[in-house]
Design a protein. Structure first.
Length: 108
């Protein structure tokens, strides 16, 4: 988790990007880091809590970009997701290994 101690170690020119999980970054520490200039900016696809409260101080900072947690919401990505889900479903119904299994150890 990025807390104050970790954020202070970053370069003042650093831009923190969190597209993983909200709890990876301490939101209060990030607010302080951006206000105090410990880092230059932040870009967040996730927050903690999610959705971020409308009165959260990060929303008013000019050096913080927050986007809705919809990084996969492109036509191409959604088409691939649907196709792969269908291919997995059909393979499973045929008793075959899933072509897009995220945990292949289940076959060991």
């Amino acid at each position: 988790m990025y807390r104050s101690s970790g954020l202070k170690k970053m370069k003042p020119s650093a831009i923190l990007i969190n597209a993983a999980r909200g709890p990876v970054v301490d939101m209060d520490a990030l607010t302080l880091a951006l206000r105090e200039g410990w880092i230059a900016a932040a870009a967040l696809d996730v927050t903690d809590p999610e959705p971020i409260p409308v009165d959260h101080p990060l929303l008013s900072l000019p050096n913080c970009l927050i986007v809705p947690h919809i990084g996969s919401a492109t036509v191409v990505a959604r088409n691939r997701m649907a196709t792969r889900a269908a291919e997995n479903l059909l393979a499973g119904l045929r008793g075959e290994k899933l072509p897009y299994c995220v945990n292949p150890k289940v076959y060991e």
